[in-house]
Design a protein around this ligand. Structure first.
Ligand SMILES: [Zn+2]
Length: 328
């Protein structure tokens, strides 16, 4: 029986149930928080708030969330463990590195950065770090990562972005753990992901192109789906440069085009994100964990998306993504 690693241990893929494939618990700048903790306030209060919000999510019937919080987003597993112990929800955590441009300074003078100095190919320590998180667990917690994460945004395939993407691909090839990529569909970054991951021998069926739902370009999304990728329609509720209807209608259109089997739904929400000044969240009243179940699914049904297609997107696609197809 294929299994997925979660914060509370391995879960059979058949038991994942309705799954939101991209939800954070916290998004933090760890070193800013260490030095300016006033806004964060009490650790106990933040944990209690997360337990309450995730308990409300679990009441919708969602059984699993995938939390792609990695280096660069303030991953801290002991806090997630404390929360997961108190909520009836599977939480899959990630390894990887989140950057749109350069690698963190930690990596500047390690690995491939030294190729020229030593006159030989130096392996990237990122690969071993990611593989260790997957096979041995994260920072002594015993919690093993169940997904790999990297990013590419409007800056395109910078040297740093490519280095992380190749390290993620190599860790995937070594472990079979699937990949989720933050992409910027407006600049067709999915095609660059296709090039790099294709070059590394990654099966696109094991890759979510995150934030695909930011686009309303059905032809571009069709091209990516036909290449085999899973499309992350995963920012429901972030309606700043777009609208509720635009995000929902592109899902309807892609279902109509026959791609329900290649979309996953999520919100990219969090209990607390320190990227936003206090009050900014008030501008995004639908950006929370239960928006899909309260607002999006009823709208999709109204527009003719079937119950079977919804189950495909919430249950079957996540399950298949996590099952090691074992083609390597
Ligand atoms: Zn995210």
């Amino acid at each position: 029986m294929p299994q997925v690693q979660t914060v509370r241990g391995p879960v059979d893929t058949a038991e994942l149930g309705p799954t939101l494939m991209h939800e954070h618990v916290f998004v933090l700048n760890a070193d800013v928080q260490q030095n300016y903790p006033e806004e964060w306030g009490s650790e106990d209060d933040r944990v209690a708030d997360a337990v309450q919000k995730l308990t409300k999510l679990a009441a919708t019937g969602v059984r699993t969330i995938v939390d792609p919080t990695v280096i660069g987003l303030g991953r801290y597993i002991p806090r997630i463990q404390r929360i997961a112990e108190q909520v009836d929800l599977n939480v899959v955590v990630a390894t990887g590195c989140y950057t749109y441009d350069d690698v963190p300074f930690f990596f500047h003078h390690r690995g491939p950065a030294l190729n020229e100095a030593v006159g030989a190919e130096v392996p990237d320590p990122m690969v071993d770090m990611f593989v260790g998180d997957i096979e041995s667990g994260i920072a002594g917690t015993g919690v093993r990562a169940g997904v790999l994460k990297c990013a590419i945004d409007h800056q395109g395939l910078t040297a740093g972005v490519e280095r992380v993407m190749r390290a993620v691909a190599k860790a995937h090839r070594a472990t079979g753990v699937p990949i989720t990529v933050h992409t910027h569909p407006g600049s067709h970054t999915g095609l660059q992901v296709q090039k790099v991951l294709g070059d590394e021998g990654v099966d696109p069926r094991r890759v979510v192109l995150g934030h695909s739902g930011d686009s309303t370009d059905a032809d571009h999304l069709t091209e990516l789906a036909e290449a085999g990728f899973v499309l992350g329609m995963d920012r429901f509720g972030i309606n700043l440069d777009t609208t509720f209807e635009a995000r929902a209608d592109i899902v309807v259109e892609m279902c109509r085009r026959g791609f329900a089997g290649q979309m996953v739904l999520s919100q990219d929400a969090s209990c607390y994100i320190d990227w936003l000044a206090p009050g900014v969240m008030d501008l995004l009243p639908q950006w929370h964990y239960t928006h899909i179940h309260e607002d999006v699914l009823p709208y999709l049904r109204e527009q003719g998306v079937t119950e079977a297609q919804i189950t495909t997107m919430l249950v079957d696609n996540p399950r298949r993504y996590f099952e090691n197809v074992g083609t390597y």
